[in-house]
Structures are given as C-alpha cells and as structure tokens.
Write a protein that binds this ligand. Sequence first.
Ligand SMILES: C[S@@+](CC[C@H](N)C(=O)[O-])C[C@H]1O[C@@H](n2cnc3c(N)ncnc32)[C@H](O)[C@@H]1O
Length: 238
Amino acid sequence: MNIRKLLLRLILPPPVPTRHRLYSMTLPPDVWKSRPNARLISLALRTVARAQQLELRDLAQRAGDAVNAWPGEHYRLVAALVAELGAKRIVEIGTYQGTAALAMLSQLPSDGRITTFDVIPWRQIQPNVLRDTDFADGRLRQEIADLQDFQTLAQYREVFQGADFIFVDAAKDGIMEQRFIENFRRLTLPRRPLVMFDDVREWKMLRIWNEITEPKLDLTSFGHWTGTGWVDWAPTSQ
Ligand SMILES: C[S@@+](CC[C@H](N)C(=O)[O-])C[C@H]1O[C@@H](n2cnc3c(N)ncnc32)[C@H](O)[C@@H]1O
C-alpha cells in the first residue's frame, strides 16, 4: 500500500468494512458546470426500466454472474442503452476483457457496428471473454490505437462522427479522459451521441467529470458503483 493510501486510511477510516472501496466527494449543484437536460432524464428513465427486465444470460455463461449484478455493475445498463437508443454505430474506448462489448453486442441490430478501441489486443488480455466467432459477422471489431493523440483519433473520424453512442472506459488517471474530451471537441461529433463515462466518482475523475459543460447526468445509482456518467454531446455546446 502506498503512503497516500495509508494516510487516507488513517485519517478517513472506512465507515464500512470492505475490500473494495474508493474515496470520493459529492458536490452541490451550484458548482456543477452543467446540468441534465430533458433528453438525458427521459432516456435514463426508459433505459433503467429496460435494464430491470434485461438479463444477460449468454454473457453470464462466459463472464460469470457478476454481469447481471445490476445496479452495481453497468453491463445491463449499457445493453439496455443500446436497445433504447436504437444505436447502430457504437464506439468503446477500452475493450479490456470484452465484457461490455459483448453486452452491447447482445442488443445490436444486424446492420449495427461496434468499434472497440484498446492499446492492448484482446487476445493478450488473459482471461478474456471474447472469441473469434464474436467478430465473424462484422458487427464487432477491435482497433488498436491510443486516442489521446488527436492525429490518431482523426484517423477514425468517420467512426467517431458516425457514432450514436460512445463509451469511454480507459485509464481514469486524471489526464487521459480529459484528452479524449478535448479531442472530441476538436473533431466535433455532429450526430449528438450519448457519451458514457465510467468511474466518474473516482477521485481522479471528479474534476474532469465536473468540468464537462455539455448537458450531463450522474447515473451511478443505476450503473457502476464507481460512477456512471452520461453526456448529451449536443452540437450547440461544442
Ligand atoms: C476498465 S478497462 C475497460 C473495461 C471494459 N470497457 C468493460 O466494461 O468490460 C480499461 C481498458 O482501457 C485500456 N486503455 C488504456 N489506455 C487506453 C487508451 N489510450 N486507448 C484505449 N484504451 C486504453 C486498457 O488497456 C484496458 O484494457
């Protein structure tokens, strides 16, 4: 354990005994840089109702029952969101084991496409839940690219500008997600995608999340326990 974590534990001992935890902070609306709009609120209500009915049975066979632990884990929420948006073009930044990619794929129509980016090819991540057959019909593909670099992201201009839904789930190191946001603004996302950020309650994500000026909604109670944030990437605010 590093000294920072040790000091935190001494100064702020966890009020609940648990192996997993994160320190966070809640902020009042007067410091929020943006607020939820009608689109986000009604989309959230419909998506949550759908997530309640949706069970990821096939995915649970591969990835374990945790994929259906909702709220708490976000897999049912992202699957329900794909269905509710009628999303046909999806971008994920951060494939990792492929669990969220497969959750989204379960609701994708036959003419839909998910492009999932990582800096590490999925085969090199062990264990993972992907199989070659998941890529067979062309709806799912992985690209290896570091999108912090604008020129790299611009090579995928059509993928990003055609997206209905972008799921940002990379390093959460306090820098990377900010770079993605700046790159999205510079590229422009004219289709007004729903952009979902994971881990927005993480200490290192609090500032980045708060600074977003596009309409946004913290949906943590219906998503991932580490924080789930939705942004309506509205063209007027770019
Ligand atoms: C939390 S995991 C993603 C989990 C996945 N979205 C899910 O819900 O199943 C984070 C992933 O982001 C990847 N990553 C780190 N930096 C990245 C970057 N610059 N671009 C794309 N992916 C990156 C890591 O290699 C890792 O596999």
